[in-house]
Design a protein around this ligand. Structure first.
Ligand code: SAM
Length: 454
């Protein structure tokens, strides 16, 4: 691979940069890695060497066709680049995993960091996953649904829309849009689009994003800043910009030497963590944690209470195993369950943000029955008493392609179609036929014959 000389010149002075090894590593293949779901992960049959810095992280010996594995669609694992899984260590060191907190994942699509955060945050935390680009918010929504956590809400807002939520979040993750040099092995288009000008544009955008979101972080709250760029202008220089502009401290992350991760210290003494592909088994990545020191006014909680939907709550009560929920109505006759503790958060955030998903979507009532939402079938809180049918891999793939499957042995009514005991979606069995309720836009589009080769 021909790397841009201007990029090499930019990185030359950086701690840990070894030009010959770096260039050579770009002629080797990128490793394939997955991270297992903490609850659903037991249904994942893929095996490989453990990624040492992340619970449930695995390097796979080869890249399977994930689309042809029903366990992938059920949320048993997420396909994620190994370096970025270091986020778990950062969260643990910054004490984000020992008591419930409110976290914003600001640039969240397609959902790698979000599914990791949902997996490690203490129960009763609230994770807002945001993606400004609407089309990308759809894939984020889909991945959050697969992961199945009620406390993970999805929004689609510009970073500046959060500035009025003064002092609201305990932690903000900015996995910033960047020039992408860390992904050249995986994404040759990133190489074609790379330029020094684009690095400068990205650096300016990163500073604006930080300015927009800074007020929403609490005093002593933690900002986790990450890029997949090797350029100092998008990495250490951004840390220097933060301390020059705001009051902030650096959080130092302990490393194990065998991991190959390089600690850098910026001009103003801020710690950053670099992943060079010649030193770690993973792609190029940068991450740092910053503690906010300047005071922010804490927002008053919103007044009022959620509309009492007790009758609807009774009708939908059979869907979830947990009762510590509050029912909310988002759009007309669409009901969602949220953790009862998050009622004030919903009252506040629903006035400020555009929601794609809040809590677990339960569906809607008709005169005769409750039509369950797809969300319930994928939820980690789905009631085990819900009628369900375990199917073969072949039928699971047919179901995921929205094709007909044999339902002669299934009871009439709503059934969750399961593979390896994990829900894939709903099927309504009628007298003479069955209706597949998998959302149309989430169906498999590829040919599912030859799936046994997976
Ligand atoms: N965190 C994601 C994950 O782990 O799967 C990857 C995020 S990607 C590096 C950066 C995201 O920022 C993209 O989804 C992109 O659409 C979004 N983005 C682009 N411009 C933005 C802006 N001006 N403000 C906030 N986010 C932006």
């Amino acid at each position: 691979m021909q790397l841009p000389q201007a990029l090499i010149s930019e990185i030359k002075g950086v701690t840990g940069f070894d030009e010959a090894a770096f260039v050579a590593a770009h002629d080797t293949a990128a490793p394939t890695s997955i991270r297992k779901h903490p609850i659903k992960g037991s249904a994942c049959t893929l095996t490989g060497a453990a990624i040492p810095w992340c619970t449930g992280g695995l390097y796979l010996p080869e890249r399977p066709i994930f689309t042809l594995d029903p366990a992938f669609h059920a949320g048993a694992y997420y396909v994620q680049e190994a370096s970025s899984m270091f986020l778990e260590q950062v969260c643990k060191t910054a004490l984000l995993t020992d008591h419930p907190i409110k976290v914003l994942d600001l640039c969240a699509a397609p959902g790698g960091k979000t599914t990791l955060l949902a997996s490690i945050l203490p129960k009763d935390s609230l994770l807002i996953s945001n993606e400004v680009i609407r089309s990308r918010a759809s894939i984020l929504h889909e991945n959050a649904t697969r992961w199945g956590y009620m406390n993970n809400w999805v929004t689609s807002n510009d970073p500046r829309d959060f500035s009025k939520l003064t002092g609201y979040f305990d932690a903000v993750v900015i996995d910033a849009p960047c020039s992408g040099s860390g992904l050249f092995r995986k994404d040759p288009d990133a190489l074609k689009e790379w330029s020094e000008g684009n690095v400068q544009l990205c650096s300016g955008r990163q500073q604006r994003i930080i300015a927009d979101i800074w007020p929403a972080l609490k005093q002593d709250g933690v900002m986790i800043y990450a890029t997949c760029s090797f350029s100092p202008a998008e990495d250490e220089d951004i840390l220097d910009h933060i301390v020059a502009t705001y009051e902030a401290d650096s959080v130092r992350i302990p490393l194990d030497n065998s991991w190959g991760i390089v600690e850098t210290i910026s001009a103003s003494g801020m710690y950053g963590y670099r992943f060079f592909p010649d030193k770690v088994t993973g792609e190029g990545f940068f991450i740092a944690a910053i503690r906010k020191k300047d005071a922010s006014t804490t927002l008053k909680s919103a007044k009022g209470r959620i509309q009492n939907l007790g009758k609807m709550k009774d009708q939908a009560a059979h869907l979830l195993a947990t009762t510590e929920t509050q029912l909310i109505m988002t759009t007309k006759d669409q009901y969602h369950a949220i953790n009862s503790l998050h009622e004030p958060d919903w009252l506040l955030l629903s006035q400020a943000l555009y929601f794609r998903k809040a809590g677990t979507e339960l569906g809607q009532p008709t005169a005769k029955e409750w039509i369950p939402a797809h969300d319930v079938a994928l939820s980690i809180d789905a009631a085990s008493s819900l009628p369900s049918a375990e199917v073969s891999k072949e039928d699971a793939l047919k179901f995921l392609k929205r094709e007909d499957i044999d339902t002669t042995n299934l009871p009439r009514g709503w059934n969750i179609i399961k593979y390896n005991n994990l829900g894939l979606g709903w099927m309504k069995v009628l007298q003479n036929r069955a209706n597949n309720h998998l959302p149309k836009h989430w169906r498999i589009r590829m040919d599912i014959n030859n799936a046994d080769e997976l």
